[in-house]
Structure formats: C-alpha cells, structure tokens
Design a protein around this ligand. Structure first.
Ligand code: PEP
Ligand code: MN
Length: 261
C-alpha cells in the first residue's frame, strides 16, 4: 500500500499502530512491532509517517521510533484525563506535528480544550481533524459531518489548520470522493483518508477503504476553488439565504390567505 501511495505522489503515510476499537475482539493494531514497519516505509518511500497515540506509552514509543506526525483519535480527545497525559508526555518535543481529531460527541468546547492541552505542552505545529460526530441509529454517514462545527472552530481559531477525514465521516468508500470535494469547497486545509491495497481484506474499517489508485484518482479530480469561503463571505451568503427564506415564508402566507378564501 505504501509503495503504491508513494508512486501516486502521496507524501504522508497514516497507519494506526494502536487502534481503539469500540468492542473487544476487533483488530486492535499490531502494536510496537509495527513501528519498525513504519520506519521501513519512511526509508523506502521517503514519505512522512503518522500514527495515532492514546496513552503516555504510545507517545513515548512513537517518539522513540521517530514517527513524524502524531494524531489523537476521537475516543481519546473526548477524555480530558487522557489528553492531559498525552500533553505531559509531549513536553520537550516541541517540534512534533500533532493533529487532534474532534471528540465523538459534537462538543466544540471539548475539541478546543483538547487542542489547548497540546498547545500548553509547547506544541505549535498543531492541527485539527474533522471526522464527524456519532449519532444513535443508522444514518447515511457513519459519523455525521455537522460542518458548522469545524466552520465554527475555524472562526474561533483562524490560524489552526483543519483537515477532513472523509473515510470516518462516510464509512463507505463511495462517499469518500464527494466528502473530499465538500471539504475543499468549505476551505479545509487537507485530507486524511484511509487506503488499502486490497480494501475488502482490510482488518479494520474495510467498507471505507479505497485502493491507492482510486484515492489518487479521487484527489486528481478534486476542484480546488481559488476563493476561500472566509467567515465574511459565509455571513454574506447567510444573509442572502435569510432573504430567500423571508420571501418564501411571505409567499406561503399569501397562499394560505388565498386558500382560506
Ligand atoms: C482512525 O483514524 O483510524 C480512527 C480510529 O479514527 P477515529 O478516531 O476518528 O474513530
Ligand atoms: Mn479507521
């Protein structure tokens, strides 16, 4: 998978060495053994490597193995104790790039709190990952995007890069492409997506995996519009929508009057 991604021009390789699974018995990652495989990926392809950390022990092992980027998963960013433990383990490693996924629940304060704990540990190469929010029951998306939440994060922390995880939002491979385009249209700074050389055989989240070739095809088709939707242009559009809403409601009221007659 790594070689194929690199041949397609991808520069960053994400792989979960430790995988938080909702229920015991799922594939929980290969663990430290896989850190050597990550090193091999870096040596053979030149890609930067990234993995998920959830405990002090993970951070220490990942730093020791020279992983370039650490990300914190949605089940972990929802837990201030875990976030503080990770932040403390990062003190003295100010050069690391750290990405914080949104917590599983749609709570922007909890997300910002998690980011602040990492910032307070001295990390300045900080970014956020939008991976959607869980909801009870079956829905189109595995995790609802609720785009207004990352947009609000952008308004509150304008300097913070925010990237989108279409794989965990969609949960199905056919949703990856439209979600990538939506993220670009909303001015996201990048994409973190899952890829596997044989998607159906993947040991985790098989239904949302795409091959490196398909991923590259999706990325090449993306339309990156020049003008970013800034907060100002969004509120301008918002007031145009309000105007349309008002005319629609007036029209419906008029229709009701005619019906009554
Ligand atoms: C992952 O990135 O593979 C993962 C487990 O994601 P999340 O924390 O968003 O569920
Ligand atoms: Mn996953």
């Amino acid at each position: 998978t790594a070689i194929n991604l690199a041949n397609n021009g991808i520069k960053y390789f994400r792989a979960g060495i430790w995988k938080p699974r909702t229920k015991p018995g799922g594939f929980e990652g290969v663990g430290v053994e896989g850190l050597a495989w990550m090193k091999r990926v870096k040596e053979e392809t030149g890609m930067y490597t990234c993995t998920e950390v959830a405990t002090k022990a993970h951070v220490e092992a990942a730093l020791e193995a020279d992983i370039d980027i650490l990300w914190i998963g949605a089940r972990t960013s929802a837990n201030p104790f875990a976030m503080q433990e990770i932040a403390d383990a990062l003190v003295g490693h100010e050069d690391k790039i750290v990405l914080v996924k949104n917590p599983v629940n749609p709570d922007i304060e909890l997300w910002i709190g998690a980011l602040q704990r990492i910032y307070n540990a001295g990390i300045r190469k900080l970014g956020a990952i939008h991976r959607g929010f869980s909801a009870y029951g079956k829905h189109l998306y595995r995790n609802r995007p609720q785009w207004h939440i990352p947009i609000e994060l952008r308004r509150r922390m304008p300097q913070l890069p925010i990237i989108c995880d279409p794989s965990h939002i969609g949960g199905k491979r056919e949703l990856v492409a439209p979600l990538c385009q939506q993220a670009m249209d909303l001015g996201f700074d990048g994409i973190i997506a899952e890829s596997h050389c044989n998607p159906d055989a993947a040991w985790s989240d098989a239904s949302q995996q795409v091959t490196p070739d398909i991923l590259s095809y999706i990325l090449n088709l993306l339309v990156i519009r020049k003008e970013k939707h800034t907060t100002e242009s969004l509120s301008e559009l918002r007031s145009q929508i309000d105007e349309c809403d008002n005319s629609l409601i007036e029209m419906l009221a008029k229709r009701m009057r005619v019906c009554r007659e």
